[in-house]
Write a protein that binds this ligand. Structure first.
Ligand SMILES: Cc1cc2nc3c(=O)[nH]c(=O)nc-3n(C[C@H](O)[C@H](O)[C@H](O)COP(=O)(O)OP(=O)(O)OC[C@H]3O[C@@H](n4cnc5c(N)ncnc54)[C@H](O)[C@@H]3O)c2cc1C
Length: 399
């Protein structure tokens, strides 16, 4: 593996950094502090329109449909945007998770049905957002249980009637659902068969019976709406089924494996953003007759921050470029990147002392954003279980 970015990747990093500084930074405070509503929505759609100009909104599609953000490129976007605002990172990149089950399924008919629309919408500067719904009020970490487990459950049910499925249930914490035109919904076609009957459907959010129950008042990542949704006899054509019936568990697991390296990289971005503020502050603040960066305890904290950031970035690149995708490496990258975001942002607050605790200095927001990343896309405990499962399998092959 090459540890250096190539010329194209370096150019992309610069473009993304300029974009984040120019288009996102002036809006960070409003996006963080405004409640959901028309004013916030203007900022969100403005940024998404600008993201279209850079091809980011179709970038997550498979290459044959015009996608450009496979592998390390998605990590670069995740880091650069999240260094300024991780919530905007989610606003831009969640559609990548939404389309993932369709891309992973290899179901050409469904891809042809939906993917070209995304490209056209991007050209028009009015992106189609695509949300992802697996979590339910009674099914959180459960959905990640090992294949064959009897504890994993979904209550959302899809009943086939002729050429349609009728879907009933509710989903929790779906990022960007209130802004999305499409959502990938995981449902069971037969509750008695548990995990083996999970199936994924593309559901248009303007379908009768589909509704946003509420937009949550979140601790961080507030640029991205986190939504509870309800499906009440939502009728979707058979053509919207992703792959075959019963493939849902696999599609969820591998969609997450594709998406998690970039979540780890977003954690790197959060950590870097907090670190840069702390480094700047430590060079300017005088206490005890010298700049605080002259104090060895501060130097040690900065060194530990820099070490974690560098290691997390390299792990995210390695996980993103592994082919076939490795769910073990992806989970490692997600855990290490997002734990780094929390560790580094806590230390950054400490370096700013009392000022770090004040909203005006912007460093506490990094901690609020970082905490969410340890929970979303499977909690870091569940991701550690994915790593442990892989280790156990490796051991059983050896002995
Ligand atoms: C900001 C944000 C955005 C999100 N976006 C989406 C989205 O777009 N789509 C979507 O479907 N979901 C989304 N989620 C949901 C997220 O994936 C879930 O919150 C997560 O999977 C945990 O589920 P839960 O909240 O029900 O917690 P629970 O599963 O109830 O877990 C509670 C605690 O118990 C621990 N725990 C549970 N089971 C085990 C176990 N077997 N071993 C060890 N520890 C365990 C968990 O790690 C956690 O600490 C989002 C969440 C957040 C916070």
């Amino acid at each position: 593996m090459d540890f250096e970015l190539n010329e194209q990747q370096l150019a992309m990093k610069k473009t993304m950094r300029d974009f984040a500084e120019r288009e996102i930074k002036p809006r960070v405070q409003d996006l963080d502090q405004m409640p959901s509503g028309e004013d916030k929505s203007k900022h969100q759609w403005y940024i998404l329109g600008k993201a279209c100009e850079l091809g980011l909104m179709s970038g997550f599609l498979p290459r044959q449909y015009g996608g450009t953000l496979g592998g390390v490129a998605a990590c670069i976007v995740g880091e650069e945007v999240s260094a300024i605002d991780a919530g905007v990172g989610m606003l831009i990149s969640t559609s990548g998770l939404g389309i993932a089950p369709v891309a992973v399924s290899g179901d050409k008919a469904v891809m042809d049905r939906f993917f070209p629309q995304l490209v056209e919408a991007e050209k028009a500067g009015k992106p189609i957002l695509w949300s992802y719904g697996i979590t339910e009020p009674e099914a959180g970490s459960d959905v990640e249980d090992e294949k064959g487990s009897r504890t994993a459950r979904l209550s959302t049910i899809a009943r086939k009637e002729g050429d349609y499925y009728i879907i009933n249930g509710s989903k929790q914490f779906c990022s960007i659902a209130s802004m999305a035109k499409l959502i990938s919904v995981f449902a069971t076609v037969d509750k008695a068969r548990g995990i083996d009957a999970w199936t994924c459907f593309v559901v248009p959010t303007d379908s009768p019976g589909f509704s946003i129950e509420r937009i949550e008042n979140t601790m961080g990542n507030r640029a991205s709406p986190t939504c509870a949704i309800s499906l009440d006899n939502v009728k979707v054509p058979v053509e919207n089924r992703v792959g075959e019936e019963n493939q849902g568990w696999f599609l969820n697991r591998y969609s997450l494996a594709y998406s998690r390296p970039a979540v780890g990289a977003a954690g790197v971005g959060v950590a870097r953003g907090a670190y840069e503020i702390a480094l700047g502050y430590a060079s300017e603040r005088f206490q005890g007759g010298k700049q605080i960066i002259e104090h060895q305890m501060i130097q040690q904290m900065l060194a530990d921050m820099a070490i974690q950031i560098e290691a997390a970035r390299l792990l995210s690149y390695k996980a993103a470029s592994s082919r076939p995708i490795s769910d073990k490496l992806s989970s490692m990258a997600k855990v290490f990147g997002t734990d780094t975001a929390v560790n580094v942002s806590i230390d950054a607050i400490q370096i700013l002392g009392g000022y770090g605790y004040m909203r005006d200095y912007g460093v506490e927001k990094y901690l609020r954003d970082a905490k969410g990343a340890q929970i979303m896309e499977g909690t870091n405990q569940m991701n550690r279980i994915v790593v442990a499962e892989a280790i156990m399998k490796e051991i059983s092959y050896q002995y």
